[in-house]
Design a protein around this ligand. Structure first.
Ligand SMILES: Cc1cc2nc3c(=O)[nH]c(=O)nc-3n(C[C@H](O)[C@H](O)[C@H](O)COP(=O)(O)OP(=O)(O)OC[C@H]3O[C@@H](n4cnc5c(N)ncnc54)[C@H](O)[C@@H]3O)c2cc1C
Ligand SMILES: *[C@@H]1O[C@H](CO)[C@@H](O)[C@H](O)[C@H]1NC(C)=O
Ligand SMILES: *[C@@H]1O[C@H](CO)[C@@H](O)[C@H](O)[C@H]1NC(C)=O
Ligand SMILES: *[C@@H]1O[C@H](CO)[C@@H](O)[C@H](O)[C@H]1NC(C)=O
Ligand SMILES: *[C@@H]1O[C@H](CO)[C@@H](O)[C@H](O)[C@H]1NC(C)=O
Ligand SMILES: *[C@@H]1O[C@H](CO)[C@@H](O)[C@H](O)[C@H]1NC(C)=O
Ligand SMILES: *[C@@H]1O[C@H](CO)[C@@H](O)[C@H](O)[C@H]1NC(C)=O
Ligand SMILES: *[C@@H]1O[C@H](CO)[C@@H](O)[C@H](O)[C@H]1NC(C)=O
Ligand SMILES: *[C@@H]1O[C@H](CO)[C@@H](O)[C@H](O)[C@H]1NC(C)=O
Ligand SMILES: *[C@@H]1O[C@H](CO)[C@@H](O)[C@H](O)[C@H]1NC(C)=O
Ligand SMILES: *[C@@H]1O[C@H](CO)[C@@H](O)[C@H](O)[C@H]1NC(C)=O
Length: 617
């Protein structure tokens, strides 16, 4: 683990100024007088990208502030198969939603990463860009062509380093290498080796090609169909944003400081510029600590604390919907009705089938076998069953054009971004995955997920207290529109058609558990409301819009260059900026946003420097 050793060497230097980037474990170790050009709040997907790209400019001094620890090389984070075990640990913020009417009143766990790497250190590692129409819709609603598929495609390549799978097989039928990046920081691949369901899935895509076509590469801009799962697993190890963007530079860049175990607790106004409040100050502290530290950024303060904490931090600092802020006696400095609104997420559930096999990934439930596999992973170059992602194929699927759902739900026009965007997604797993009820004690299974990827439901984040360490109120509003529940219902029915293909004959022996009981439309809807969870893609809570006025709700809290409207010196760069959630897993879209944002920030700094030069001469 050469990288781990280098990282720890950087840690040893904390407190002293050296030629290396410094990693500080406590804010009291920071020098209050050090001048930073940029202060980035949150070291997750977006914050790690910015810390790396902004320190490419040699004389630009950057501080990255992360609330969680620097333990992103912990064994539980690195082993891909342990992904499901990280919720409720020190790597999770342990948020909970309000009771969800669309989930029959259930509150559910709402995981978010709390460690350098953020949610990329605890996620399920699926690596998808979204569709051409998802991005073109962003360009449309912001009036900024820079967000179109064509414009972001170079960033999608720039961030990626595709590597061959561990077994070295010929993947020309699994990947269109021409659409991938080969030199970026984020290492990604397809499943390490084949599993027992792969041949059946592929055969079923041929047998039912009209409804479930095979798609050779879902990262081409046109994801519709079923294809091989792209994932941030390389050489059998999870590739978090911290491993990808931070680990390689902590040893070499003297212009980056990283402080962990440290929360930004408030954004501070530092002056007025052109009649607008300037926010370049930030207050830092630790839970339970009496002391706070105040720092100022010379150029910009950037919030990358994610879709839950970024809107909370803005509201606590007087930037938000004045009618909401006044409820907690917070003085409004910038009235931005869209802060905390427009929450979008992907609800999902799993549909398990019993199978006639003794050789599925369920064998990992056997303690002897799982211990053997862990020792193989540890001693044989990160190989074995633990190196696999949770599902070797993914399908991106649309309701048929004549589906009754469009009329029955009353949506009128199709709410998806366009014909390349899926209404729903399935993930196909060679074993049992379930989230409610007792898991089976033995047996072998196949699981097909149904994920609602084009939601019309909207939720929100509101303040509960003025304590920055307390959670805000998280109300995702899952399945609160007819379109969403009817679409998830149709997705479940479609799974039944897919698993009726001849390819599954003699292998799938029946449906399992509550899924088997849910047969009529009413029963399926009830089954969805009783069992759905979140696939953890919360987005949109500080959405960007067309540049200009923000007084009207719906016009966006940010200009299309991600600057906070009505303020100076403050940008938001994370998944909260999405105007619409893409029909995709959200880490790659977040990486793309941050890669483009880094270029926008650099361009502004260059233009500013140029202006000063001109004034000077
Ligand atoms: C369990 C789970 C599974 C997922 N599965 C997938 C998947 O398979 N594929 C996929 O593409 N996406 C997946 N996602 C979603 C994806 O990881 C996120 O969309 C992405 O990481 C969002 O990036 P971000 O920068 O907005 O926030 P994050 O990556 O969450 O980073 C925010 C960071 O800010 C820090 N922070 C918050 N508040 C403060 C503060 N006040 N001061 C300092 N630091 C602060 C946090 O600790 C965190 O490190 C999953 C997410 C989860 C939680
Ligand atoms: C989440 O809960 C676990 C278990 O109680 C705890 O160890 C961890 O510290 C909590 N996370 C945070 C960020 O408080
Ligand atoms: C974007 O707007 C153009 C022009 O109005 C329209 O033709 C196109 O379909 C829109 N695309 C999306 C994805 O919304
Ligand atoms: C991989 O397979 C493809 C098609 O099956 C073939 O054209 C190609 O030559 C193979 N590549 C190698 C390196 O064997
Ligand atoms: C897939 O179909 C081919 C051709 O019919 C057949 O030879 C093969 O055995 C099938 N694979 C599986 C796993 O059923
Ligand atoms: C270990 O795996 C890596 C990445 O898959 C590979 O490049 C390397 O050759 C392997 N090492 C050994 C000793 O097999
Ligand atoms: C677990 O697997 C081991 C090794 O294959 C086997 O000997 C044992 O019987 C299994 N245990 C159970 C409970 O199935
Ligand atoms: C939609 O079209 C398909 C194929 O043309 C047909 O089989 C199906 O019955 C139609 N569905 C509805 C709801 O009209
Ligand atoms: C948040 O959403 C809930 C449920 O839809 C709604 O009752 C509430 O008014 C919303 N709050 C704000 C501030 O929009
Ligand atoms: C809001 O704060 C109160 C008082 O601290 C607490 O009891 C309650 O659980 C909090 N609500 C949420 C949704 O966090
Ligand atoms: C299970 O598979 C075997 C062959 O692998 C077959 O003989 C048997 O009939 C199958 N059982 C069922 C219930 O389909």
């Amino acid at each position: 683990m050469a990288r781990a050793l280098l990282f720890n060497a950087a840690a040893l230097c904390a407190g002293a100024y050296t030629a290396r980037a410094a990693l500080f474990q406590d804010p009291s170790h920071l020098s209050p007088n050090k001048a930073y050009d940029y202060i980035i709040v949150g070291g997750g997907a977006a914050g790690s990208v910015l810390a790396n790209r902004l320190t490419e400019v040699p004389n630009s001094q950057v501080l990255l502030v992360e609330a969680g620890s620097s333990d992103f090389e912990d064994l539980t984070i690195q082993v891909p198969n342990f992904a499901g075990r990280l919720g409720g640990t020190k790597f999770d913020w342990n948020f909970t939603t309000t009771p969800q009417p669309g989930f029959n009143g259930r509150s559910i766990a709402f995981e978010r990463g709390h460690v350098l790497g953020g949610s990329t250190a605890i996620n399920f590692m699926t690596f998808t860009r979204g569709s051409r129409d998802d991005w073109d819709r962003w360009a449309n609603v912001t009036g900024d062509k820079g967000w179109s598929w064509e414009s972001i495609f170079p960033y999608a390549k720039k961030l990626e380093h595709f590597v061959p799978p561990q077994d070295g097989r010929n993947i020309s039928d699994e990947v269109d290498i021409s659409v991938h990046g080969l030199n970026g920081p984020v290492h990604a691949s397809v499943p390490a080796f084949h599993v027992s369901t792969d041949g059946r899935v592929l055969n079923a895509t041929q047998e039912l090609a009209d409804e479930f076509p095979f798609n050779r590469d879902m990262n081409s801009g046109d994801p519709i169909g079923i294809g091989w799962t792209p994932c941030t697993i390389a050489g059998g190890v999870r590739q978090s944003s911290a491993l990808s963007y931070l680990a390689p530079i902590l040893n070499t860049r003297s212009n980056l400081d990283v402080v962990v175990n440290t929360h930004a607790t408030k954004i501070l106004q530092t002056g007025t510029s052109g009649g607008l409040p300037e926010f370049k100050g930030v207050q830092l502290s630790q839970p339970g600590a009496k002391k706070t530290l105040t720092l100022h950024a010379n150029k910009e303060l950037i919030l990358s604390a994610g879709s839950v904490k970024t809107p909370q931090l803005l509201m606590l600092s007087g930037i938000g919907d004045s009618s909401e802020l006044s409820k907690l006696n917070i003085k409004t400095v910038v009235d931005l009705p869209d802060v905390g609104k427009n929450l979008q997420d992907h609800p999902f559930l799993t549909n398990p089938f019993s199978v006639n096999s003794t050789n599925t990934l369920d064998i990992l439930n056997n303690a002897t076998i799982s211990a053997q596999q862990l020792s193989i992973w540890q001693q044989q170059n990160h190989t074995g069953l633990l190196a696999l992602p949770a599902g070797s194929q993914i399908g991106w699927l649309r309701l048929p054009e004549n589906s009754s759902v469009f009329e029955e739900s009353g949506v009128g026009a199709d709410p998806s971004a366009g014909p390349t965007s899926a209404h729903w997604e399935t993930i196909l797993f060679d074993g049992f995955i379930g989230f409610s009820g007792a898991p089976p004690s033995d047996g072998n299974f196949f699981t097909a997920f149904t994920v609602m990827t084009s939601p019309t439901s909207r939720g929100n984040i509101t303040l509960n207290t003025t304590d920055p360490f307390a959670a805000p109120i998280i109300n995702p509003g899952y399945l609160t529109t007819p379109f969403d529940i009817l679409t998830i219902r149709e997705g479940i029915k479609a799974i039944r058609r897919f698993t009726s293909a001849p390819a599954w004959e003699g292998w799938i022996t029946g449906e399992f558990g509550a899924f088997a009981e849910a047969q009529t439309d009413e029963e399926i809807e009830e089954y969805a409301r009783t069992n759905a969870q979140t696939i953890d893609h919360v987005s949109g809570t500080v959405r960007m819009g067309k540049s200009g006025s923000a007084k009207q709700g719906g016009s966006g809290a940010l200009d299309s260059d991600l600057k906070v409207k009505g303020a100076v010196g403050l940008r938001v760069v994370d998944a909260s900026i999405f105007p619409f959630i893409p029909a995709a897993h959200t880490q790659v879209p977040t990486y793309i946003v941050a890669e483009r944002a880094a270029d926008l920030i650099k361009a502004d700094a260059a233009a500013e420097a140029n202006k000063h030069k001109k004034h000077h001469y």
